[in-house]
Design a protein around this ligand. Structure first.
Ligand SMILES: [Zn+2]
Length: 281
C-alpha cells in the first residue's frame, strides 16, 4: 500500500504498451504502482496503474487543480484579489496562454479570424476563454466535473464533461490543443487517433507534456516531481511521441523545449509539440 495515498494493489490494473501491445520492463518501483519501459519502442508508462474508476475519483475531487501550477490561477470570485492576479502561478498561466496563442498564429500564418479551436483537457477553461477573446470559435472537453462546471457556468464556454472519445463534436477543427493532457489518458494512441479525426486536413495540433528524457527526469529518478504515478500514466520523449503521432496519422513538426520560450515558460521538464495531419498516401 502507498502510505501517503492509501491506494492498494486492489485499485490497480496491469497494462501493455499502447503501440506494441507488450508489457514493459520495470524502471521505478513505486508500489503499488510501477514505472516501466516498453522493450520495443521505449515508451515509458505506469503499470500497474490505477483502475479507471479510481482515477475518475481523483479528477472529480474539487481539490484536484488546487496546489498545482493551475491551482491558484483559478478564482471563483467575480473580482479576484490583486494577490490572486499577481500570484506566480497566475503570471505563468498568462505567459503560457499568450505564448501558446502566438505560437498558434505563427503556425497558422495569421490571426484566428473565426477559425474553430478545440481544446482537449480544458481544465477550468482559462486558455479557452483567452482563445475566444482572440477571435476563435471555441469548444472543449474536460474529464473533471469541477473544471468543466467552472468553464461552463462561470466562463460560459462550450465544454463537454467526459472522455474525448465520448464527446459529441463536429470534425474539422482548424486547431486542436491538448495542454498537459496526453500523459493522463488511458490510451494515447486512441487519443491521438480521435484528435486526428477531429482536426481539419490542413489544421494543426498543439500540445504540451512532460518528457522523460528531460534533465530533471533523468537526474531525479523517483524524486522527479512530475513522475506522479497515479495521474501521469504515460511518459514520452520527442522520439516516442513522434512514433506515436505517426501511428495516429500525425507528423510531429516542431518541438519547443526551451524554458525561456513563452509557450513553455519556466518548464524545465516539459515541452510544447506541434503536429500536422499526414496527407493520405
Ligand atoms: Zn512499445
Amino acid at each position: 500500500m502507498d502510505e501517503r495515498t492509501g491506494w492498494t494493489a486492489e485499485d490497480t490494473e496491469d497494462v501493455v504498451c499502447c503501440l506494441c501491445r507488450v508489457p514493459g520492463t520495470l524502471v521505478h518501483d513505486v508500489a503499488p504502482f510501477g514505472v516501466v519501459r516498453c522493450p520495443q519502442c521505449e515508451l515509458v508508462f505506469t503499470s500497474p496503474r490505477l483502475r479507471p474508476e479510481a482515477l475518475q475519483r481523483i479528477y472529480d475531487d474539487a481539490g484536484y487543480f488546487e496546489g498545482g501550477v493551475y491551482g491558484s490561477a483559478v478564482s471563483t470570485d467575480a473580482a479576484p484579489s490583486i494577490e490572486t492576479r499577481l500570484s506566480p502561478a497566475m503570471l505563468l498561466q498568462r505567459t503560457w496562454t499568450a505564448g501558446r496563442l502566438a505560437l498558434i498564429d505563427r503556425e497558422r500564418g495569421g490571426p484566428a479570424a473565426g477559425g474553430r479551436l478545440l481544446e482537449v483537457g480544458a481544465g477550468y477553461g482559462l486558455f479557452l476563454a483567452a482563445a475566444r477573446e482572440a477571435g476563435w470559435t471555441t469548444s472543449g472537453v474536460e474529464l473533471s466535473r469541477t473544471g468543466a462546471k467552472h468553464a461552463q457556468d462561470t466562463l460560459g464556454l462550450d465544454v463537454f464533461c467526459g472522455q474525448l472519445e465520448e464527446a459529441p463534436l463536429t470534425p474539422g477543427s482548424d486547431v486542436v490543443c491538448a495542454w498537459d493532457t496526453v500523459e493522463h489518458v488511458p490510451d494515447p494512441l486512441s487519443f491521438w487517433r480521435t484528435v486526428r479525426a477531429q482536426v481539419a486536413d490542413d489544421g494543426v495540433v498543439l500540445f504540451s507534456t512532460p518528457y522523460v528524457s528531460s534533465l530533471p527526469a533523468r537526474l531525479l529518478g523517483t524524486r522527479w516531481w512530475t513522475l506522479k504515478p497515479t495521474e501521469h500514466i504515460w511518459h514520452f520523449t520527442p522520439r516516442t511521441h513522434a512514433l506515436l503521432l505517426a501511428r495516429a496519422g500525425l507528423a510531429l513538426t516542431r518541438v519547443v523545449r526551451n524554458p525561456l520560450a513563452p509557450a513553455n515558460a519556466g518548464r524545465l521538464d516539459s515541452l510544447v509539440g506541434v503536429a500536422r495531419p499526414i496527407p493520405d498516401a
